[in-house]
Structure formats: C-alpha cells, structure tokens
Design a protein around this ligand. Structure first.
Ligand code: NAD
Length: 335
C-alpha cells in the first residue's frame, strides 16, 4: 500500500471516529452501537501500529472522550482523567499481563483489583475538609463540565464525608449510572407522558446528568459508585498503598462502592472473575460493558505509568456486544 493510500485510510477512519465521538460524548446521542465504534477504533489502532510515523497527536486513538459542552462552566482537572485500554479476548488479557511483567522486569504474580465496568459517565467529586465542593464530568480528560448542582441531587452521593481523619482535599472518581430498574420506570413514565424513551441506561444517565436545570436531574434515578482517587492533599496525608484498600478507606468515609468488586492474583484469576461476572451479567442491577482489572499495588502503578490516553496498569476487558443495531436505530430517544 502506498503512503498516500495509508494516509487517506487514516484520515477517513479518524474523521468517522471523530463524528461518532461528537455524537456520543457531546450530544449524548450515539449514531452507531458501541461494538461498531470499537471495530473502527481497533482498525485505526492497527493501522497506526503498522505506521507509527503517521500517528498524530490529535488522532482519536490518542485522545480521551469529547470536548466539554459550552453550556456548562469548565473545570480543569488537576490530575487528568484518562480512559482505559481495551481487551476483547483471553489473548488480550494475557498479553496485558505480559506487558506489565516485562515492564516491571519481574515474573512474580501480580494482584489485581477486579471491578465491573459500569456503563455510565465518569465523574470527579471534590471534597474539601469533608464537604462536597465541586463535581465535574471527564470531558476531554483535561477539561470537564461543572455539574456540581446536578451531582448534589444524586441520592447516594455523600454531601459530607464521615469520620475525623480526613484529608484537606480529596477528589473521588467514579461512575454515575442509572440502575436498570430506575431506567425501566423512567421510560414507562416517559411513554405514559407521550415523551420519547431513552435508548439505554447509559444514554439516560448522560442526558440526566448534563441537564442545565438540576431539578430535572433530581427526578432521575441516578446512582454513583467510586472506583478511584484523583487529587489528595496535603501530600503528607497517609493513604493505604493498595488500590483495593484505598477503595475500602473511601467506603469507611461513606462513599458508595460497587458491591461486586474483588481482588485476585494473575491473569488466571482475572479470567475466573471475568467469567463469573459474565454469567451474572443479566441479573445485575446495573448495566456493564465489561470488567476492569487494575494492578493493585500503587507503587507498581507509579512504576508502570501512563501512555497518551490510558494507564499501563489497567485494562478494560469488554464483554461481547449485547446491543443490536436495530435497538439503537429503531428506538427514538431524547437526551
Ligand atoms: P472506556 O469506556 O473504554 O473506559 C473508560 C471509562 O470506563 C472511564 O472513563 C469510566 O467512565 C468507565 N469505568 C467504568 N467502571 C470503571 C472502573 N471500575 N474503573 C475505571 N473506569 C471505569 O473508555 P471511554 O474512553 O469512556 O469510551 C470508549 C468506549 O465508549 C468505546 O469503547 C465505546 O464502547 C464507547 N463509545 C461509543 C461510541 C458510539 O458511537 N457508540 C462513541 C464513543 C465511545
């Protein structure tokens, strides 16, 4: 293939994915199913891997999410909010563990935090002296939208942390999502009122959270589960040195966690967790599109570091697509 042909292919893929991103992240109105999006992104990544000299910093493979909506005040994240690398099969998971071990120059067994990959929106919630002072969307990873008034209406988000030994500032990160039961109820209400129904819980959560009128958000059955930390100050504040224990610390302060998180050893343990959650998937109270594995030891996470848009110490192992193209195209929905 000539260089010109490759450049033309790259341009076409990037333009297509940029359009999908705009629809999904900015308008909360996806134009294709996630599986189709993932296919196009994989094609782009494969072509870029063959031609690393043609990777541009503005390629969607290098960027997180979408631009924040101008309607909201903007928030600059002190610690960027990144995405996750994706794995789709067992080989991707074993390759991930091998990359981790190679980089650590060790074949020792690694402990992983195992977490359902909730299908909602990533949100950052900042507490100062235990009091919720600001909440923001991930946006493009560097700059998000100030949605404090909306997040304050979510029933299980503590407005004040419990306990005495709290850091001066702590940023709790997690997912805002709509549990399935609430989603069904909301769509029934919409139907009865002659309004458009939402295509899926993720779309309903995104549309509900990014409302300019927080009274509307307050009526929507949203929930929040924490899965990581951002900024913590002062630097001298002592936190546990494992990710899993940090999450337990958050729980002690009253922050809600997903009840199905776990901890395991090695890629084999991750696979067993994957299978177990996949089997339970239909019976869970919330929608997930996979599971996330994170190297549990914070010191190892620091050694591993980040690439452009994702940490090297985590992988999102996606489940087979559940959705149908028809589901997206046949159902009219609003945001
Ligand atoms: P991602 O969804 O692959 O992974 C990162 C996100 O996972 C985080 O930002 C967070 O919101 C979420 N998450 C859930 N549980 C988590 C946990 N326990 N720990 C850490 N993070 C957790 O990445 P992305 O950049 O948000 O989105 C890419 C994906 O979104 C695509 O693979 C595709 O499925 C979907 N998408 C679809 C379209 C479309 O047009 N249909 C467009 C863009 C993106």
């Amino acid at each position: 293939m000539s260089n010109q042909t490759v450049i033309a292919q790259l341009d076409a893929l990037r333009e297509k994915i940029n359009d999908y991103n705009y629809q999904y992240y900015v308008l909360d109105d996806p134009s294709v199913p996630d599986s189709e999006y993932d296919r196009q992104m994989k094609a782009l990544q494969a072509l870029e891997a063959e031609h690393p000299e043609l990777v541009t910093p503005d390629s969607p493979s290098q960027k997180v999410g979408g631009q924040p909506l101008g309607a909201f005040e903007q928030v600059t994240h002190e610690v960027p909010m990144l995405s996750l690398d994706n794995g789709f099969d067992e080989a991707d998971l074993t390759a991930f563990e091998k990359r981790v071990q190679d980089r650590l120059k060790s074949t020792a067994s690694i402990a992983y935090s195992c977490e359902p990959k909730l299908d909602g929106l990533a949100v950052s919630i900042l507490y100062e002296n235990g009091v919720l002072v600001r909440a923001a969307t991930r946006g493009d990873g560097q700059v998000g939208e100030n949605i404090t008034a909306n997040v304050r209406t979510i029933g299980n988000v503590p407005l004040k942390l419990r306990g005495d030994n709290l850091p001066e500032r702590i940023e709790v990160r997690g997912e805002v999502f709509m549990p399935r039961e609430g989603f069904e109820k909301l769509n029934n209400q919409q139907r009865e009122a002659g309004l458009k129904v939402f295509a899926n819980p993720r779309n309903a959560a995104a549309g509900s959270l990014r409302q300019l009128d927080s009274r509307i958000t307050a009526k929507r059955p949203l929930m929040f589960y924490a899965y990581s930390l951002g900024v913590v100050a002062p630097d001298s504040f002592i936190l546990p040195d494992s990710h899993h224990e940090r999450l337990q610390q958050l729980a002690n302060w009253g922050v809600p966690l997903c009840p199905d998180i776990g901890i395991t050893e090695g890629a084999a343990g991750c696979l067993a967790y994957y299978q177990q959650i996949l089997t339970r998937r239909d019976g869970l109270a919330y929608d997930i599109d996979g599971v996330v594995f994170k190297v549990d030891d914070i010191a190892l996470q620091h050694t591993l570091g980040f690439v452009a848009r994702a940490p090297r110490w985590a992988i999102a192992q996606k489940f087979p697509a559940q959705e149908e193209m028809t589901r997206l195209l046949d159902v009219e929905f609003q945001v």
